[in-house]
Design a protein around this ligand. Structure first.
Ligand SMILES: Cc1ncc(COP(=O)(O)O)c(C=O)c1O
Length: 387
């Protein structure tokens, strides 16, 4: 069944042979890849057209962000979040992983501590050590089928050397959209201990729960903004991660200078087509974005319904992202990923995120692919139960 918007999310696009990281992993095997966080949809028509036009020009020299792009980003942040940003606060980046690694390099000294809440997007776990910082991991807590920060444990775990908090908001992999109160409490703790916040908000436009809205950490108060490096990109929402374009927003001048110094010599100029795609995404793709959210909400509902009927699996209600975080501990499987791969489903191991006993299921795909994956998963669990 086609979705009723004029955009097509139903067609299965064959990505085999495109060197797609997601599809190459299981090349030649009958395993549906539902792991790395990109979607199987084509980017919006307006992005495809803008990229085609730029390619027609034929010259791909070093490129700068245009004033128009900065203006479009700034109006979008105001329109979507009521967040007033100045052009000089923007620092363009080839990606968010680069962005939070640069934050680890910029803040504090070798030997200092960086804190994060686990489970979390796995490059958070390796970034501090890239710059000889120690990582302090504080578990999120699951209460009444919802994930929360454990503020007491966060405060207890802070050391005099803790300089940076790596925050993922909305959260990958648990799919929470944090409230103003939760973010403010976290930020107040960081203020009290003079900790800089690096707020990775790459999933900010993938809010599935209509009751929730994304709140940029830096939009809370000027003093919180003063200690926050915000990272954003069009790449998750508009499915352009292969085009390498993101940005940081840093209002504090001294912090921004430090950050730019940390990038020097290791962060290249941004991909020309990445800029083009970002401009088109933010300027011309509002209808596509709304249709995508409808489609993903239906996919999320299908996943939640299917999981609730599978023996020994559970998941908390997912508020954002196209990544379901599924608790498989009760299955007793020692290696859930291997078991599900043998049943033709390629998910990502929760252990990668420091969340062993969970799997992450990417439902950013056409309904036909999703339904087949859920059928395979249900069969695999029935077989397991029968053993
Ligand atoms: C929280 C988070 N940050 C960053 C990234 C990757 O960002 P980039 O491709 O811009 O480096 C991802 C991708 O899944 C993510 O989930």
């Amino acid at each position: 069944m086609k979705n009723d918007s004029s955009f097509d999310f139903d067609t299965v696009v064959n990505s085999c042979g495109t060197d797609s990281a997601k599809w190459a992993k299981y090349h030649g095997k009958d395993i549906i890849p539902l792991w790395v966080a990109d979607m199987d949809f084509k980017s919006p028509p307006a992005i495809l057209q803008a990229v085609h036009e730029r390619i027609e020009h034929g010259v791909f020299g070093y490129t700068l962000p245009s004033a128009e792009l900065n203006d479009v980003v700034i109006s979008r942040l105001d329109d979507h979040y009521g967040w007033k940003v100045e052009p000089k606060w923007l620092v363009w980046l080839p990606g968010l992983v680069t962005g939070f690694n640069a934050a680890c390099r910029a803040i504090g000294e070798a030997g200092d501590d960086v804190m994060t809440a686990i489970p979390v997007y796995h490059p958070f776990l390796s970034a501090p050590a890239n710059f000889n910082r120690r990582l302090i991991r504080v578990p999120l807590m699951e209460t009444n089928r919802r994930w929360y920060f454990d503020f007491d444990r966060i405060e207890e775990a802070i050391t005099p050397q803790t300089r940076l908090f790596l925050l993922c908001s909305p959260h990958n992999p648990v799919g929470r959209v944090f409230s103003a109160e939760e973010l403010t409490t976290l930020a107040r703790i960081c203020e009290k201990h003079d900790i800089i916040i690096c707020s990775d908000e790459i999933h900010c436009d993938l809010i599935l729960d209509p009751e929730k809205s994304h709140i940029p950490t830096a939009s809370l108060t000027p003093s919180i903004a003063d200690r926050t490096i915000t990272l954003m990109s069009a790449s998750k929402t508009f499915n352009t991660p292969g085009l390498g374009c993101a940005f940081a927003v840093i209002s504090n001048r001294a912090l921004r200078k430090r950050y730019i110094r940390a990038m020097a010599g290791i962060v290249p100029l941004i991909n020309t087509l990445g800029y083009v795609a970002t401009l088109a995404a933010f300027r011309n793709c509002g209808d596509w974005h709304a249709a995508l959210l409808d489609y993903l909400r239906n996919n999320r509902d299908l996943v939640a319904e299917a999981i609730s009927n599978m023996p020994n699996l559970s998941m908390a209600p997912l508020e954002a992202t196209y990544l379901a975080w599924i608790d498989v501990r009760k299955t007793g499987l020692k290696n859930p990923i291997e078991y599900f791969e043998s049943a033709g489903i390629g998910m990502q191991d929760g252990a990668d995120f420091d969340g062993p006993g969970f799997v992450r299921f990417n439902f950013g795909c056409p309904r036909e692919t999703l339904e087949e994956a859920l059928r395979r998963m249900a069969d695999a669990l029935d077989k397991l139960k029968a053993q």
